[in-house]
Design a protein around this ligand. Structure first.
Ligand code: DGJ
Length: 553
């Protein structure tokens, strides 16, 4: 009997311990891989978030979520970005309400879709419109950003401890609650705040902010700059050198009396504030946390753009000021996607690319292929996804469908990326085995990429009416054998890898794989007119994967 009890107890114990290990290991987290890139690990494996972000108010109506989530799932999304707000969570000080959060997680779980939750706390698009009324009404206790003329703006200042502690407390309560209820690990990551920064002034001009601006640059930041001078973002390095590369001094002394200095100063305080929140949240439940940026229009100055936001030139400042912020992210609505995406994909600073807001459609399809194939992205997420491509006259959540009948090229691009995801994830960070190119529509008609020992020339071949961009993803499967998929009309020619290589490259074969009733099947061998008599690979929609075999003569 004694032995039996002992066996039962030790079985129970090992069950509990392995259960604990299983659930801890199962928590979504970021992992820096041996080749230096960072990937998101979900259920123990690297994961690509094929996502979209809901419009700001959509999820406040919980009854709409099942229809929307099931529709998005059927359109090949595996993750949705959805806000929850401080005003809903803490309507009265110290009294937390989780009904909306519970409903959101339950709906996502029912529809087998993962979530990235956006914490609309102190700031949403620079404003403080989502703070609870008890915070809004007490600006003595919760002070605002002050303009040069002494007037307050509708934005909490990040330089105030009361603001920071009150928001951190609510955010920590949210993370504690998610940990308690999210046993299936539906929530993958948290976005903390949304597009922070100061507008229309370049910085806070309150007496406290003026004193800090004319006080010393924090020692932590100074010593990071001195030790990492060779990897500082170019704007910061340039300003520092132009101002005499001082190792201490006030903000204008160290960075110069230039507009950028205001932006860097505010960036430090936003980073400290959001970093403090991430730390408080992680103490409850440690999943990846990031914050997102509205980008800069050409020739805009701080204050015209969100001054102090997590912009690429402030990446170092966010790293040092908010070490618990895992990474910063861009909302890319501009045409020069490759430039902005590239600035946020920084393996050496441990900043993986995740694009929480961007375009869908043909542009999105091309950019998604480029992001995962060239910029080692962990996720891609067009904004207002539930309203994309709704057929004319559609009614009800199901009919609001992303892709309106599956015709949005991004629906197909997500299907392809999903199917190839293991191959993509295994090759991220390895340009020899995977690469991608993007042509920005009619403005950029040709591109050339060195890949797998070849030079591949890509030519835009859209019609006069279309201005679609082209994005192409290449995977090397074996010597001289590639899987290629793309979005946007284009023609590919294969050339020798070096100028001195006099060989001629021939196409041995092109076979196409397509989605047929939910299964990927090999269909046609492309010869004759379909491949320019064996001279080119023609690409149009992102619903085909081509196996291309090359040879030399
Ligand atoms: C960017 C914001 O981050 C979103 O929440 C939303 O307001 C969009 N702009 C609207 O285009």
């Amino acid at each position: 009997m004694k032995t039996f009890k002992l066996v039962v107890v030790s079985c129970l114990l090992s069950f509990c311990v392995s259960g604990l290990i299983w659930s801890q290991g199962n928590i979504p987290h970021l992992k820096k891989q041996a080749n230096g890139i960072t990937q998101l690990i979900v259920e123990g494996k690297p994961f690509l978030m094929l996502s979209g972000e809901l419009g700001n108010s959509t999820a406040t109506d919980l009854s709409a979520l099942d229809g929307i989530f099931s529709n998005l799932r059927s359109r090949n999304l595996n993750t949705v970005l959805v806000p929850i707000t401080w005003e809903h969570i803490e309507p009265q000080e110290g009294k937390f309400e989780f009904e909306k959060l519970d409903g959101l997680i339950a709906a996502a779980r029912r529809n087998n879709i993962k979530l990235v939750i956006l914490w609309f706390g102190s700031w949403k698009n620079t404003y403080s419109s989502y703070i609870p009324e008890w915070v809004k009404r007490d600006s003595r206790r919760f002070p605002r950003v002050i303009m040069r003329n002494g007037e307050p703006t509708e934005r909490l200042t990040p330089l105030n401890e009361n603001n920071m502690k009150a928001d951190s407390k609510a955010y920590a309560a949210v993370m504690k609650h998610i940990k308690e209820i999210d046993v299936t690990r539906t929530v993958l990551m948290m976005q903390v705040q949304n597009e922070v920064g100061v507008i229309p002034e370049p910085r806070d001009f309150s007496p406290q902010a003026n004193a800090a601006f004319n006080g010393p640059v924090p020692e932590k930041l100074m010593s990071y700059m001195v030790q990492n001078a060779d990897i500082l973002e170019p704007e910061v390095f340039g300003a520092w050198v132009a101002a005499g590369k001082k190792t201490s001094g006030t903000w204008p002394e160290v960075f110069g009396k230039i507009p950028l200095t205001d932006c860097l100063f505010m960036a430090w305080y936003y980073a400290v504030y959001i970093g403090d929140q991430c730390k408080a949240g992680k103490a409850e439940y440690n999943i990846p946390m990031f914050t997102n940026a509205a980008l800069i229009r050409p020739n805009y100055l701080p204050g015209q753009y969100n001054s102090g936001g997590p912009l690429p030139h402030s990446m170092d400042i966010y790293r040092v000021g908010g070490p618990d912020i895992d990474f910063i992210s861009p909302d890319i609505y501009f045409a020069n996607y490759a430039y902005w995406g590239g600035r946020y994909s920084s393996p050496r600073k441990g900043n993986p690319l995740f694009v929480p807001e961007t375009a869908a459609g043909a542009t999105g399809a091309a950019n998604a292929l480029y992001s995962f194939g060239q910029l080692d992205a962990i996720g891609f997420s067009p904004f207002g996804i539930e309203r994309r491509g709704a057929p004319a006259g559609a009614a009800g959540p199901g009919a609001q469908g992303f892709g309106g009948g599956g015709t949005d090229p991004l629906v197909n691009a997500y299907a392809v990326i999903d199917y190839l995801s293991d191959e993509i994830l295994a090759r991220q960070g390895n340009r020899e085995l995977m690469a991608s190119i993007v042509l920005e529509g009619r403005d950029q008609r040709y591109g050339r990429i060195e890949f797998g020992g070849y030079n591949i020339r890509v030519e835009w071949s859209g019609s006069a009416e279309t201005n679609n961009r082209v994005g192409i993803l290449f995977l090397k499967m074996a010597e001289d054998e590639f899987l290629i998929t793309g979005s946007g009309a284009s023609q590919l020619r294969f050339l020798p890898g070096t100028v001195s290589d006099r060989a001629v490259i021939g196409i041995a074969s092109i076979d196409e794989q397509v989605l047929d009733n939910g299964n990927w099947v090999w269909k046609r061998r492309l010869n004759g007119d379909q491949s320019g008599q064996g001279q080119v690979l023609n690409i149009s929609t992102p619903s085909v994967i081509y196996k291309v075999r090359l040879y030399r003569y």
